[in-house]
Design a protein around this ligand. Sequence first.
Ligand code: PHE
Length: 455
Amino acid sequence: MEKSREQWHSKLGFVLAAAGSAIGLGNIWRFPYMTGQNGGAAFVLIYMIFVVLIGFTIMLAELTLGRHTQRNPVGAFAKIFPGTQWKWVGALGVVTGVAILSFYSVIAGWTMGYIFKIATGQFNNITDSRQVEEIFSQFVQNPLAAVGLLALFIGLTVGVIVGGVSAGIERWTKILMPILLGILLLLLVRSLTLGKGVVEGLLFYLKPNFHAVKIETWVQALGQALFSLSLGMGAMITYGSYISKKENLATCAAYVCIFDTLIALLAGLAIFPALFAMGMDPAGGPGLVFLVLPVVFDMMPGGTIFGTAFFILLTIAALTSTISLLEVAVAYFIDERNWSRKTAAVVVGVLAFLLGIPSALSQGASTWFGCIPLVHMPFLDFMNVLFGNYALTLGTLLIALFVGWKWGTKNAVKEILQGNSQFKFQSIWMITIRFVAPAAIIIILIYLICTGKFF
Ligand code: PHE
């Protein structure tokens, strides 16, 4: 007999929980530094095109698969076509989720560390951006701090997951996301009034220079769009499995895409003017926001309070994302292997922690993990590209092919239209899921293979 599945309490509850999965370090940490490394505005534009064409399309496809099958990703594919190899797409998602969780939690650990650094005034009266660089690099090079905070953060994630789906996730997101948005707006105002460098920053961020666009730009923009929207690994399949049949899936998908993109764009708008005002390098990499934001807060009235609040909220935003990363694997072990929620959460949490240690040590604590042979990058950056870009891109391609060609758009649309839902973009979606999304990804993959520029 099938157990009745837990459900979100309301549409707002679901949209917020899915937005909670989507909104996180991907928007505030990863988006700005990717934009900086890829030349600015042109990257932002390509990113937005991908959100509309591929992001929304796949978001809806994943939610539909989830609600239709009421399963975790592995179970979802296996339920529609039992005994076929499609279940491996789900398995890829489970593995990708754990891998992303491992390095993501390292950055979330830094975020938690920053709460105390800002609250205790370590960034007060900064006169030179080199001072922040010094504090930051000392912090991330400290192996005990990096690994300890990683453990703490994964522990928090496991704690919420053990508490169950709606009680844990919905309650938090509802209250805290709007506050995060509020502080982001304050930051934006301060950043835009810093004077020298602001215009230069705005031009970098808003005026596209297409000469700078390379094949890598497209690859990274697609990877970033998928990462930011939590797509390509079944997080949205899992979340979709908890949506009631009455809800309109297309509207849910649209809301999540809009919220998520809005937050990323705002974060960029707050960061680039400040970055140029301080004369820092936009291509500075994963440390970017940790170097820029403390200075902006320091220059703001009440900066210690706002800064502390900001990093608390960012930690929570990261938590609502890691919850979804862990939930995919946990739902798999509960549904398919009959584990208890608690065992599943603890076992997967410990695995993610162990896998996270090399990432935590790769930012200066260990020369070994600091430069991985062949790819010549720190372990964390390597995981970020391998799983955050490529695994999600591959997963997205397979999901599009599955829904568009194997399961079929007719069946998918039937599920989308449940509960008298309207779906205005039905015919466009059928084209994007069958042709546009797979073609775009295949072209990019072929280019990559031909040029060999994977890393
Ligand atoms: N979307 C999350 C963020 O932007 C990260 C994430 C990726 C979560 C993939 C789940 C799946 O922070």
